[in-house]
Design a protein around this ligand. Structure first.
Ligand code: 6PG
Length: 263
């Protein structure tokens, strides 16, 4: 994790609809730029409710983005998942599948769902980490080498999309939990007091190893937290403030969520 804070790029849209369109354009442009230089684009999706409108726009044939995206060259992952069935209304997989993946020609083998049906939270986390290691190990093979010299330290997502909780959580890394400080594992299964259940989450070193991280935040209820995270002091007690990727850091906000920022 870099010692200096990654300077954040901040884009503010007028309202929720404009934010969704701004995010659809930014994500599509990111994919187009990266796929000029490499065969595949590996994207970790955000859960929750904010990204749904953007996912719907990306997959809508009546909008400009669907036809610009090389769907067969994308691999999809999740930044976190609730410990519910993939068909459950709270499932982040179900939300993304209904809003986007079921509507576009993504190869099923390129959709890496968190297998929440496994016996225990730790088994779910271990299986997801094993899948990530398998995908990114192959991805890290240089064309010349046929064998992997050493196990990968961290996967390098091309883009990690994140939402922001009003308490400053990201993915399922909540303030005051040990999961925020994980330094070895790629995936953890923290028990989240406020929900009385376990969640599955990528860890901060994984998120910070991404080539780009984009926050997608809407609503006045997030304004104070956005202002704290983006303040010069950086609110280090908030998991969101510890997102300092090797690559690009972008905050895509609507006016309501940006309400606490200096003009
Ligand atoms: C989840 C998310 C979580 C979410 C924030 C914001 O599984 O809920 O990954 O980190 O991004 O809680 O959620 P909203 O977009 O619904 O405000």
């Amino acid at each position: 994790m870099s010692a200096t804070r990654t300077p954040a790029i901040i884009q503010v849209a007028a309202d929720q609809e404009a934010l969704a369109r701004t995010a659809a354009e930014w994500v599509t442009s990111q994919m187009e730029a990266v796929l000029q230089k490499q065969p595949m684009f590996r994207l970790s999706l955000a859960g929750g409710s904010t990204p749904r409108a953007t996912y719907r726009l990306l997959g809508n044939p009546a909008e400009p983005w669907r036809q610009r995206i090389a769907w067969e060259r994308l691999e999809f992952f999740w930044g976190d998942e609730r410990l519910v069935a993939a068909t459950h209304a709270d499932s982040n997989y179900r939300m993304a599948n209904e809003a986007l993946l079921s509507r576009v020609p993504v190869q099923p083998a390129h959709v890496h769902r968190v297998m929440t049906e496994l016996a225990t939270p730790d088994a779910v986390a271990a299986a997801y980490e094993a899948e990530l290691r398998a995908v990114f190990a192959v991805a890290s093979l240089s064309p010349s080498s046929s064998s992997l010299q050493s196990p990968l330290l961290w996967p390098a997502f091309d883009l990690v999309l994140l939402g922001l909780g009003a308490d400053g959580h990201i993915a399922s890394l909540f303030p005051g939990t040990t999961a925020v400080d994980e330094t070895q594992r790629w995936v953890v299964a923290p028990f989240v007091e406020k929900f009385g259940t376990h969640r599955i989450s990528l860890t901060l070193p994984v998120i910070n190893n991404a080539s780009a991280v984009a926050f997608l935040v809407s609503g006045s209820d997030k304004a104070e937290t956005v202002a704290r995270v983006l303040s010069p002091s950086g609110a280090r007690d908030l998991p969101a403030a510890r997102v300092q990727p090797q690559g690009e850091l972008v905050w895509l906000l609507d006016c309501a969520a940006a309400g606490g920022l200096e003009p």
